[in-house]
Design a protein. Structure first.
Length: 558
C-alpha cells in the first residue's frame, strides 16, 4: 500500500486554496531580502521553502529586494544574494525585482490613505512617538498632530517628498488604534525622511517607506498569492492586512513559519557585521561564518544545505537545531562525491632503505570507491616519502595500535607493505626520520608476498610533493547559543579564539596542482577539503570543510 504524503501546514493551506480555486489556483511566492548584508543559514531555509513550494505546485517565485533603507544597502549585497540563490540551485521567475521599482505606486497609496483620513504627518520626535505608543498593558495616547486636516497632511507630505524638511523632523503615520493590543497597530510610521542617495534611484527620493508599508503592497503589486515569512512577522500580519484593505488592491495571504536557528551559529545581520568590521573574521565569506557565501567557501555542498533544511521540515514553533544535523548531511554528500587524495598535514620523513635510489613508480589509485564513474589517477612513488607524524610511535602502549612502529608492518595506500627498522631523532628528541624496508612482492593489486599488515597509511612522495597550506576550522563560538547563553554576557564573550588553525607546511600529491576550485576532496583519513578561492597555482590553500566524523564532543572537552 502506497504511503500517503505528509504535508506541512503551509502545503495544507496551499492545497486547500488550490482546491477552492482561490487566486485561480495560482501559487506565486517570493523571496524578499533586504540588501544590507550577506545571506545566512536561516535565509537558506526561506529560500528552499519558497522556491520548493512554487516548484511543487507549478508556480513561480520572485526575487524582490526590499531596498527601502538606502543608509545600509549596497550593490555588493545585491550581487552576493543573487549568487547565493543560484548556487543553492534555484532561479527566480523573470527579472530581479526591487521595492524601489514601486516607489511611485507606494507614494500614491500613501496619498490614498491620507485622503481617506487613514494617515497623517506627525512632527513629533522619535522619543515622543515611542512614549505615545504606551506599553503592551497600557493604551497609547493620540498624537496632537493626528487632528491635522487632509489638505494640510497632503501639503506636508508633498513637501516631505520634495525635500523641504530635515531628516527626522516629520514622519507619515497610519491612523489606526492607539489602544490596540497589538503595538504595531498603534499608529505605525509609514514613511520617514531620509536624504540619502539610493543605490538604484539616486537622489530622486527624499522619503522612503517603512518595511510594513512596502512589503504588503509590493506583494500585492506582484500578485503574490502566499507571502511566506518567518514567525517574528506574525504580529505584523494585522497591519499587512489593514494596509491592503484600505486601498482595495489584490490581497496576498501572509503565512509565518519558525526561523532556522542552528547551534553555534548566529543569524543577526547586525552581529555578523560586527564580526566583520571588528576583524573577528576576514569578511562576510570567511569559512567560519554562517553566511551562505562563507559555507560555500568552506566547501559545504549546496545539495547538503538543501537536504538539511528539507529534512528539518517546516514548523510553527521556534527551536534550536543541533549543528550535527547539518554536518551529517555534509558528510553524506561528500562521501559520495569527494575525490580521495593524499595530503600529509603534519609531515615526517620516511626512507625505504631497500628501494632503488633512482626509481620512480607510477601507481594507479581510484578516486572514489563510492562512485564507479569517478575514475582513477596516477600517483608517483619513490624511495623517500612523507607520512603523518602521528602515524608513527617509538613505543606504542596500545596493543590495538596498527600504525607504524619499530618492528611493525603497515601498508602504504595503493603501494607496498613496509616494515619499520629504525628511526632518527634530532637534538630535541623529536623523530626526524623513519627507516623502513619494503616487500617488493606486496604491491597493491598484485600482492604475492604473503606478508600481513593490519594498518594502511597515506603518504606523499617527497621528490614530487607539492607544498601547500591547510586551514583547519573549528566552530566560531564555544557555546550552542552565544546570544542567549548567559544573562549579562555579550555574544563576543563566547568567540572561539581557536576557530582557525593554519598549517603552513603541508604536502599533497602533485595531481592537486591541476584541481579546480569547486572540486570537493577527501584527504584520506584527515577530512574533507576544498581549494580556497584565494589559492593560486604557486600557492595552494586548502580549507577543511569538515572532519570525517563528528569530533566535537572530544574537542569541546579539551
Amino acid at each position: 500500500m502506497e504511503e500517503k504524503e505528509v504535508l506541512n501546514f503551509i502545503e495544507q493551506i496551499i492545497e486547500e486554496d488550490i482546491h477552492n480555486k482561490k487566486n485561480d489556483g495560482r501559487v506565486h511566492t517570493r523571496f524578499p531580502p533586504e540588501p544590507n548584508g550577506y545571506l545566512h543559514v536561516g535565509h537558506a531555509k526561506s529560500i528552499c521553502l519558497n522556491f520548493a513550494l512554487a516548484a511543487k505546485y507549478g508556480g513561480k517565485t520572485n526575487l524582490r529586494f526590499d531596498d527601502t533603507n538606502p543608509s545600509t544597502e549596497e550593490t555588493e549585497y545585491v550581487e552576493s544574494i543573487k549568487k547565493d540563490i543560484q548556487w543553492l540551485g534555484y532561479q527566480w521567475d523573470g527579472e530581479v525585482l526591487y521595492a524601489s521599482d514601486y516607489f511611485g505606486q507606494l507614494y500614491e497609496y500613501a496619498i490614498q490613505l491620507i485622503k481617506a483620513g487613514k494617515a497623517y504627518v506627525d512632527d513629533s520626535t522619535p522619543e515622543a512617538i515611542a512614549e505615545m505608543k504606551g506599553t503592551p498593558t497600557t493604551p497609547g495616547t493620540i498624537s496632537p498632530y493626528a487632528a491635522r486636516s487632509i489638505e494640510e497632511n497632503l501639503d506636508l507630505f508633498e513637501q516631505m517628498k520634495t525635500g523641504e524638511f530635515e531628516d527626522g523632523s516629520k514622519v507619515l503615520r497610519a491612523r489606526i488604534d492607539m489602544a490596540s493590543s497589538n503595538m504595531h497597530m498603534r499608529d505605525p510610521i509609514l514613511y520617514r525622511i531620509k536624504k540619502v542617495p539610493h543605490h538604484r534611484t539616486g537622489s530622486t527620493w527624499n522619503i522612503y517607506p517603512m518595511y510594513d508599508m512596502a512589503h504588503g503592497y509590493s506583494d500585492s503589486i506582484e500578485g503574490i498569492t502566499h507571502s511566506v515569512c518567518t514567525l517574528e512577522f506574525e504580529v505584523h500580519r494585522p497591519l499587512y492586512n489593514w494596509l491592503i484593505e484600505q486601498v482595495e488592491v489584490f490581497h496576498p495571504q501572509q503565512i509565518e513559519f519558525a526561523r532556522g536557528n542552528v547551534s553555534y551559529m548566529i543569524t543577526s545581520k547586525r552581529k555578523l557585521l560586527k564580526l566583520v568590521k571588528d576583524n573577528y573574521v576576514s569578511g562576510w565569506d570567511d569559512p567560519r561564518m554562517p553566511t551562505i557565501s562563507g559555507m560555500r567557501r568552506r566547501g559545504i555542498p549546496a545539495e547538503a544545505l538543501r537536504n538539511f533544511w528539507i529534512g528539518i521540515g517546516v514548523a510553527r514553533r521556534e527551536n534550536l537545531i543541533d549543528i550535527s544535523h547539518l554536518e551529517f548531511h555534509v558528510r553524506e554528500v561528500l562521501n559520495r562525491t569527494a575525490i580521495r587524495v593524499m595530503g600529509v598535514l603534519n609531515p615526517v620523513k620516511l626512507v625505504i632503505t631497500n628501494y632503488p635510489d633512482d626509481k620512480t613508480e607510477t601507481l594507479e589509485i581510484i578516486n572514489n570507491p563510492e562512485d564507479k564513474d569517478a575514475g582513477s589517477r596516477k600517483v608517483p612513488f619513490s624511495k623517500t616519502l612523507y607520512i603523518e607524524r602521528e602515524d608513527f610511535k617509538k613505543e606504542p602502549q596500545n596493543k590495538k595500535y596498527f600504525r607504524l612502529a619499530p618492528g611493525k608492518n603497515v601498508r602504504l595506500k595503493g603501494a607496498y607493505i613496509i616494515h619499520c627498522e629504525d628511526f632518527i631523532v634530532n637534538e630535541d628528541g623529536i623523530v626526524s626520520e623513519i627507516h623502513c624496508t619494503y616487500y617488493p612482492d606486496s604491491r597493491s593489486g598484485s600482492d604475492t608476498s604473503g606478508v600481513k599488515a593490519k594498518g594502511t597509511l597515506h603518504w606523499v612522495s617527497i621528490p614530487h610533493a607539492v607544498k601547500a597550506e591547510a586551514r583547519i576550522y573549528d566552530r566560531l563560538f564555544t557555546v550552542p547559543e552565544p546570544i542567549n547563553h548567559e544573562e549579562g554576557k555579550d555574544f563576543l564573550d563566547f568567540y572561539n579564539e581557536n576557530s582557525l588553525k593554519i598549517l603552513p607546511n603541508i604536502y599533497v600529491e602533485p595531481s592537486l596542482k591541476d584541481i579546480s576550485k569547486d572540486t570537493h576532496l577527501q584527504f584520506m583519513r584527515k577530512g574533507y577539503f576544498i581549494l580556497d578561492e584565494d589559492s593560486t597555482f604557486d600557492n595552494l590553500i586548502f580549507n577543511q570543510t569538515t572532519t570525517l566524523r563528528d569530533t566535537w564532543g572530544k574537542i569541546s572537552k579539551r
